[in-house]
Ligand binder design. Structure first.
Ligand SMILES: [Zn+2]
Length: 139
C-alpha cells in the first residue's frame, strides 16, 4: 500500500481470568457485573471477594445498561500516541442503576456538552475479534 503510517491500536485489556469473562459478555452484547450471592451487592472491577459482606460467592448478573454521568474529566493532551487523534475527549465515570461505577466514554457527546447527572445507556464497540468494549451514549 506504500503507507508508512501504522494504525495505532489503543491499549486493550489483558484477556485473562475474570477480566476476560467480563469482556466475553460484552462481546455478546451484554453488560454484566459481579453480584454477590450472599448480600446482592454489585461490584466492578472484577474481584473474588465482596467488599460489603466478605463472601466469595458471586455470579455474573446482567446490568440494565442504564446510568448517569457521575463525574468526568476532559483529556486535552494524549498520554498515549493511540489517543492523539481523539483529544479532546472526556473520560467519564458512569454510575449504573445497579450502583456500580464504571470508567468509560460517552461516545456520542462532545466534551463541552457532557453534564454530571446526564442519563446514558450502554452500547458496545468491537475493538478486535476477541475484545469488545462497553461505551455509553446519551439516553
Ligand atoms: Zn456481599
Amino acid at each position: 500500500m506504500g503507507s508508512t503510517e501504522a494504525k495505532l491500536v489503543r491499549p486493550l485489556p489483558l484477556m485473562e481470568g475474570m477480566t476476560k469473562e467480563f469482556h466475553d459478555w460484552c462481546a455478546r452484547g451484554e453488560l454484566r457485573f459481579q453480584r454477590c450471592r450472599a448480600c446482592g451487592e454489585f461490584r466492578h472491577v472484577p474481584r473474588e471477594l465482596c467488599a460489603a459482606c466478605g463472601s466469595f460467592e458471586w455470579e455474573w448478573a446482567r446490568s440494565s445498561g442504564r446510568g448517569t454521568v457521575f463525574t468526568f474529566t476532559v483529556v486535552a493532551r494524549a498520554l498515549h500516541p493511540a489517543f492523539a487523534q481523539a483529544v479532546p475527549y472526556a473520560a467519564a465515570v458512569i454510575e449504573l442503576e445497579e450502583g456500580v461505577r464504571f470508567l468509560g466514554n460517552v461516545v456520542d457527546c462532545p466534551p463541552d456538552d457532557l453534564r454530571i447527572g446526564m442519563p446514558v445507556r450502554v452500547d458496545f464497540e468491537k475493538q478486535t475479534d476477541s475484545i469488545t468494549l462497553p461505551v455509553f451514549r446519551r439516553a
